[in-house]
Design a protein around this ligand. Structure first.
Ligand code: F6R
Length: 621
């Protein structure tokens, strides 16, 4: 998703901007660009290929300066094309061409400006010429229109006109050592250096440049100059921008620049890192207690009478799995909502609900907005299961469980998902304990199973060659059906999501008992039907559902636990899972589905780590 880096320094900051973009690259983007203040004018380079190519263009054009901004763009308004890539320039009204070395205002933007059409019409009427289809160019022209010698004044005058979510960074030809940045709904950090200052959409982009980070808050505007910065925000009562003090934190942001090692793709590497990621996530756990989730958790857990889980995509499926655990083990009523639906829905708030957000990145706009919506309705007991300790999600929630999956580079989430499940299982046990449903013996048993998980996952990874054999056949299909029951139904959903997002094969998942209510009509010899078949209480029911598929000539591909007595025969292909794993079985069963999606995508030759149209961290609505 879009990324921003900006700097004001005495030294040439172009290598810092390019390196910052590289660190944000894994999030997904379709174009990139950089603009600097050089020899009294604005210069820029933009590209629809990789940041490495942008770097070559920058070198060839001799772009080097102490003040500049850079951007990776994930298209929302306007196709991925050079003319839509940021930074956008404004030349003032009446100017014709958007040439590479002209202009007065340069601007980059993350987010979406909802009233861009209205502003565009207004600015066009004032004589501004538009060279892109983006909502961003509107802001550049608006700032230019309001500029009368002081960039901060112009930006502060422009911001109240914008509706939507944004993080912006902007500089002006007439003020060489100054960048103004602002945020409302999209993340932005200030990096404080010695005699130089930086801005970025994620502290990770500034790793190795400065570890002195200010997390800007909603509505903050920051004025970056060489030896100083100044933060302000609009005061509702006075109607003026007033100075704000923000804590400078020492943040050891990892660079995200992991080596591939022996793997072909980050996704494959991350699938194989799951035993370590799970072991790391469990490292500090010697017993179950609410305090694993932060100070004050016991009091909150005692007070709550229900759980509301808010998340998107794969994280939503982690939440859907946890619902089964929370209701059966902790006996607490649980609902799971897709964040983008919940935030706009009339629901019945319950102040005694524990609101749990799940997010790998901790920056997903829909999940953050859903959290805000829950809080606005008086639901103050908030907890997040998140992989990034410095993220907005962790800062916004009272309690947190930080998974230790490490940086996930592949767009398709794998190790983040399984570590989320571990965090959610621990939450289940802590709530069960607080509510009197977890005796010492059960706690010891669950802890033993959790500690053995890394070994159990390793054994499942050894199935890779068998999965590769299946993937050849899947690669020739255009549709696939996934079936599961009970707490493995969300695993079937996750398997279908993995397959569709990286191989582009259309895949759907159903609770197996639903087949006969409609989807059975799709089943032919051409339809592979992947079935998640653990040896649990629903196995016999699942076998009957499998018969329904066989009777219609469907091809079954079954991941069956060791002792299920499901044997391969014509039209029924079986890969045997090493062991049945009780309540934690979903964590094992998702792994062959990740491998199936991965190898099918490889066989189809797709860009596995950066699937088309998708971004790693979805910071726009
Ligand atoms: C799919 C995937 C996405 C994310 C979703 C939420 O493989 O990765 O569906 O799970 O965009 O992202 P986070 O967890 O960062 O909130």
């Amino acid at each position: 998703m879009c990324g921003i880096v900006g700097a004001v320094s005495q030294r040439n900051i172009v290598p810092i901007l390019i390196e910052g973009l590289k660190r944000l690259e894994y999030r997904g983007y379709d174009s990139c660009g950089v603009a600097v203040h050089q020899s009294g004018e604005l210069k820029r380079a933009r590209s629809t290929s990789r940041v490495a190519e942008l770097n070559t263009a920058v070198d060839e054009d001799g772009i080097a300066a102490g003040t500049g901004i850079a951007h990776t763009r994930w298209a929302t308004h306007g196709a991925p094309a050079v003319h839509n890539a940021h930074p956008h320039f404004s030349h003032g009204p009446g100017a014709e061409a958007n040439s590479a070395s002209a202009g007065r205002i340069a601007l980059v933007h993350n987010g979406i400006i909802e009233n861009h059409e209205e502003l565009r019409a207004e600015l066009k009427a004032k004589g501004y010429a538009f060279t892109s289809q983006t909502d961003t160019e509107v802001i550049a022209h608006l700032v230019e229109h309001l500029y009368s010698g002081d960039l901060l004044d112009a930006v502060q005058a422009a911001l109240p006109r914008l509706k939507g979510a944004y993080a912006i960074a902007v500089f002006c030809r007439d003020e060489p050592h100054r960048v103004i940045a602002a945020r409302e709904g999209s993340p932005l950090v200030l990096g404080v250096g010695e005699g130089e200052n930086f801005v970025a959409s994620d502290a990770m982009a500034l790793a190795g440049v400065t570890d002195q980070i200010v997390y800007l808050e909603e509505g903050d505007v920051v004025d970056l100059q060489l030896g100083r910065y100044w933060i302000s925000r609009l005061h509702a009562e006075s109607g003026r921008f007033e100075a704000q003090q923000r804590e400078v934190k020492t943040v050891h942001a990892h660079s995200g620049a992991a080596e591939l090692g022996p793997y072909r793709h980050y996704m494959q590497k991350e699938i194989f890192e799951q035993p370590t990621a799970i072991a790391n996530t469990l490292e500090a756990i010697s017993s179950i207690s609410p305090e694993l989730f932060g100070d004050g958790a016991y009091r909150i857990f005692k007070e709550v009478d229900s759980v509301l889980i808010l998340a998107c995509g794969t994280s939503y499926y982690a939440g859907s799995t946890a619902k089964y655990w929370l209701e059966s083990i902790a006996k607490i009523p649980t609902s799971v909502e897709i964040a983008s639906e919940y935030r706009y829905r009339d629901s019945v708030p319950n102040p005694r609900t524990l609101v749990v957000t799940i997010s790998q990145s901790g920056e997903t706009a829909d999940t953050l907005a859903a959290l805000k919506h829950a809080r606005a309705q008086g639901m103050e007991h908030t907890l997040t299961v998140c992989n990034v300790s410095t993220s907005a999600m962790v800062r916004e929630c009272k309690l947190a469980y930080i998974t230790r999956a490490g940086a996930e580079i592949g767009v398709a989430s794998t190790k983040a998902f399984t570590t989320q499940l571990v965090g959610l299982f621990l939450l289940t046990l802590a709530l069960a304990q607080t509510r009197g449903h977890l005796g010492d013996e059960q706690e010891a048993e669950h802890l033993k199973a959790l500690r053995h998980l890394p070994v159990a996952v390793q054994a499942v990874l050894a199935l890779e060659p068998q999965v590769i054999a299946w993937s050849e056949e899947f690669a020739r299909k255009e549709n696939a059906l996934f079936l599961g029951r009970g707490l493995h139904y969300p695993i079937a959903l996750e398997g279908a999501l993995k397959l569709k997002e990286i191989s582009y094969i259309h895949a759907e998942a159903y609770p197996a008992g639903e087949l006969k209510h409609g989807p059975l009509a799709l089943v032919t010899a051409e339809m592979p039907v992947v079935t998640v078949a653990p040896n649990d209480a629903l196995l016999e029911k699942l076998k009957s559902n499998m018969q329904e598929v066989r009777a219609r000539g469907g091809q079954l591909f079954v991941f069956a636990d060791a002792d299920t007595a499901i044997e391969s025969e014509a039209g029924l292909h079986v890969i045997r899972m090493p062991e049945h794993y009780g309540a934690l079985s979903p964590i094992l069963h998702v792994i062959p589905l990740q491998l199936l999606a991965y190898h099918t995508a490889c066989a189809r030759g797709t860009d596995v780590d950066k699937p088309r149209n998708l971004a790693k961290s979805v910071t726009v609505e």
